[in-house]
Ligand binder design. Structure first.
Ligand SMILES: [Zn+2]
Length: 170
């Protein structure tokens, strides 16, 4: 049997090497499972938004749920339900941001492109939106009004990628 040479991408190699450095200085092995600050954050996945840095959060402090847009999708709600009911979080922050990619396309056009490229039907809701403030408020409302979500403070914020500042909108 020939020796198998495993080839990894440069990026994957970098990530594994970085983890070795992380392990060498790791000192957080005794953290409890429930988030220490009883906080859950729902945020956009945008690479320019590092939720931990923006909010001064450390490992063990909060649940951070991220997706394209920072939307209260059914799966985000699932995570919030688990966060609240099983792990005791008592406050929710929703963070969207200026310059979001979700403001730059129309669902139908992207679905059409994927279908043309793959030959597969695309019924995936992408949830693009046009008004940032309005969209944040809609996510906050959905969380506040959801029957499975606890009656806890839910805040809506917009992160300005240009300044690093958070603006409260709901
Ligand atoms: Zn975004």
């Amino acid at each position: 049997m020939a020796t198998q040479t495993q080839t990894y991408s440069t990026e994957f190699e970098r990530a594994l090497a970085e983890n070795e450095r992380y392990v060498a200085q790791f000192d957080r092995s005794a953290l409890p499972l429930p988030p220490g600050r009883k906080l859950a954050v729902l945020a956009c996945m945008d690479a320019r938004l590092t939720v931990e840095d923006v909010l001064g959060l450390r490992t063990g402090d909060a649940h951070i749920i991220r997706n394209a847009g920072g939307l209260a999708t059914d799966d985000a709600i699932r995570s919030l339900v688990i966060s609240q009911r099983l792990l005791g979080t008592e406050e929710v922050l929703v963070i969207e941001h200026t310059g979001c990619g979700m403001l730059t396309f129309e669902d139908e056009a992207v679905r059409h492109d994927i279908a043309a490229e793959t030959g597969a039907d695309v019924d995936l809701p992408l949830h693009a939106f046009r008004d940032l403030d309005e969209n944040v408020r809609a996510q906050v409302d959905r969380i506040r009004e959801h029957p499975w979500i606890k009656d806890v403070p839910v805040h809506g914020l917009i992160y300005e990628v240009e300044s690093g500042r958070l603006k409260k909108v709901a």
